[in-house]
Design a protein around this ligand. Structure first.
Ligand code: FAD
Length: 295
């Protein structure tokens, strides 16, 4: 199933993200997480690549496990650390395993190093073009409602995003954001720039205070005052913080759906229990019919 086909209809789609463990010994046990998340019947489950030091093989194995559980899988693929020929091999292995949706990413530049020299792509747009030219894959890419942290300004970042979409992107997934107004503003600017592919809005339930510094550092996402009030009040009480974090994400999602954003990607961070709570909170809302006349 091509993920873009799914995202184009007018129903609400809630997808989830998992990241594979670093050690092969834990991959087998991790399949329980896959099983529990797949049981929620998300639109698809995406599996990250390399971000936690894991190997392409783990991404592929878990993507296969997701599909074996009856849910479409989206395998992430970064190009910063791999040569073009290695990327060709990874794509060949994915295709042979029946995984034909990829999220084409650059990856983060390793700290203290510049772009690797030699047979490498510098930007995700080049990877997108390469995968599309090769054929056989539905290709997603990343976008940043607040601008990518390396971009000089949001206008330049949007120009680069348009180039990436023009290279053949089928759909986009956003970086996480905590204020829906940021997303609505981005959707407007993207449409104005001629970007019409489906955009999945990335929502992360923050369920413990420890995650917060890491999120701000890694994603560059702004945390609104309303969010900080929750952390100040409940951050020291794990059970209360978890409940408040799930409620915050649930509210964000309800507001998105009410405002016509039907594709939502949950950064579940391997927390099947958190995904279960969010899905439970949204039970009737996910299956709601679009209003008459909606596309
Ligand atoms: P690009 O689209 O190449 O953009 C990177 C920067 O380069 C931007 O600032 C852009 O404005 C600029 N740029 C683009 N084109 C040009 C150009 N022609 N000239 C000058 N500047 C240009 N990382 C992982 O390691 N593994 C993962 O699995 C993973 N999954 C992710 C999933 C999502 C949904 C998101 C949002 C991010 C994910 N990341 C992952 C992080 C991602 O790799 C980093 O954010 C990375 O720094 C940028 O990747 P990109 O694909 O957006 O890069």
């Amino acid at each position: 199933m091509q993920i873009v086909t799914l995202l184009q209809d007018s129903r609400v789609h809630l997808s989830c993200e998992i990241f594979p463990p670093k050690e092969s010994a834990r991959v087998e046990a991790f399949k329980q997480v896959v099983h529990d998340i797949a049981a929620l019947r998300p639109a698809y489950v995406s599996v990250t690549y390399g971000a936690a030091g894991n190997t392409p093989q783990f991404t592929r194995e878990l993507a296969q496990a997701v599909q074996a559980a009856g849910v479409p899988a989206l395998a992430h693929l970064t190009c910063i650390n791999d040569t073009v020929s290695k990327i060709g091999d990874v794509l060949g292995d994915l295709e042979a395993a029946g995984v034909t949706n990829v999220l084409a990413l650059r990856g983060d530049i390793p700290e203290g190093m510049g772009f690797p020299q030699g047979d490498h792509f510098e930007h995700a747009a080049e990877l997108v073009a390469y995968v599309k030219q090769r054929g056989g894959f539905c290709v997603g890419a990343a976008c940043y409602p607040e601008g990518h942290p390396e971009a000089g300004n949001r206008a330049a970042d949007l120009d680069h995003l348009k180039q990436k979409v023009d290279a053949g992107v089928d759909f986009l997934t956003t970086q996480m954001f905590f204020d829906n107004a940021t997303l609505y503003n981005f959707m407007y600017r993207a449409l104005n720039a001629g970007i019409t592919v489906p955009i999945g809005a990335g929502v992360m339930p923050v369920v413990n205070a420890k995650q917060i510094k890491r999120i701000a550092a890694l994603s560059g996402a702004t945390l609104p005052a309303r969010f900080w009030s929750i952390v100040d009040r409940f951050g020291a009480d794990p059970a209360a913080m978890r409940q408040a974090g799930v409620a915050y994400a649930t509210e964000q999602i309800i507001d998105l759906i009410a405002n016509g954003v039907n594709n939502i990607h949950l950064y579940t961070m391997n927390r099947a229990d958190v995904a279960q709570d969010v899905f439970r909170n949204l039970g009737s809302i996910i299956s709601t019919q679009p209003p008459q006349g909606a596309q």
